[in-house]
Design a binder for this molecule. Structure first.
Ligand SMILES: [Zn+2]
Ligand SMILES: [Zn+2]
Length: 299
């Protein structure tokens, strides 16, 4: 069984889906943010400033920031009351229209994500570990496409970068969510350039990138590249950039590891990987990881 992200035509484009600027609480103006990512070798950027009243509900028109070899998606980090632990929700919405209507009194995050999805957005459950989001919270947003498996700003600033608990608990309950890494950069600390997505699309244009994101045709990374994943019976065959570990992670406690030096190809047994999906993690000798989306082995 081949995995669509690796077999579809096109190439992988590197992008950051979660970024702040002076349109909300980031330190750099949008132009400087785009310049940072372009210079760092990214192909695209979504500016996702806080969609709060105090910032004027910004969905920034980033078309002027596009240039040869660099594009942008419109977005915002949308908020509404209220999570199980009584915080305002944080949801990354990429692919919003510029005239996306502000939150109004009484609107729940469930209602807000419904209208963001109806407007065409990719919806990511941001930094669950940072604010103690529960799996019930995550399951209450059926329109969400993915959970932030890694948030670089939260990792740097408060050691809460990981999103695995909520993601895996939701997966175990049969909710098919993908996983994306992002910076959530505010540029007040070294929080940019640490986690990104590699999206497979046949052109570096907003629409194909957005559609591929919604279909889950991407993987996430802090450095390593995944070139191919193929599930053959009870084995996963993985091709990657130089790695020291390739891990297959199933539901429950099942996982299998191939480790070595400078691996570029690994055949990982899936025996003991319980459940109907498997995820592949590739790690390099600096401990940086790349993560596949969950690969569903049934239906
Ligand atoms: Zn946030
Ligand atoms: Zn944010």
């Amino acid at each position: 069984m081949h995995v669509a992200a690796f077999t579809k035509p096109g190439r992988f484009w590197r992008g950051n889906l979660h970024t702040h600027s002076t349109r909300s609480d980031g330190r750099l103006p949008p132009e400087a943010v785009a310049a940072f990512y372009k210079d760092a070798g990214y192909d695209f950027l979504a500016l996702t400033d806080h969609f709060w009243d105090c910032y004027g509900y910004p969905v920034t028109d980033t078309r002027p920031l596009r240039s040869k070899g660099f594009t942008t998606l419109f977005g915002a980090e949308i908020h509404a009351p209220i999570t199980a632990k009584s915080y305002d929700w944080h949801v990354v919405a990429v692919g919003l229209p510029l005239d996306f209507a502000p939150w109004t009194e009484g609107e729940t995050m469930q209602a807000m994500t419904r209208r963001a999805a109806a407007a065409g957005a990719f919806l990511g459950i941001a930094h669950p570990q940072w604010y103690g989001l529960t799996v019930e919270d995550a399951l209450s947003l059926p329109e969400a496409h993915a959970v932030e498996i890694y948030n670089h700003s939260c990792a740097v600033e408060c050691d809460r970068g990981d999103g695995l608990v909520v993601l895996e608990d939701a997966l175990a309950r049969g909710r098919r969510l993908n996983a994306y890494a992002a910076d959530d950069a505010h540029f007040a600390s070294p929080d940019a350039g640490g986690g990104w997505v590699m999206v497979k699309a046949d052109a570096l244009e907003p629409e194909p990138l957005l559609e591929a994101l919604k279909r889950g045709e991407f993987y996430s990374s802090q450095g390593p590249q995944i070139h191919d994943i193929c599930i053959e019976g009870d084995e996963a065959v993985v091709a990657c950039s130089l790695a020291s570990a390739v891990v297959a992670v199933g539901a429950g406690i099942g996982s299998r590891l191939v480790h070595g030096r400078d691996l570029t190809r690994a055949t990982v047994s899936l025996e003991g990987c319980e459940g109907s999906y498997v995820r592949i993690t590739v790690a390099d000798d600096k401990g940086r990881r790349a993560w596949s989306n969950p690969i569903w082995r049934e239906g």
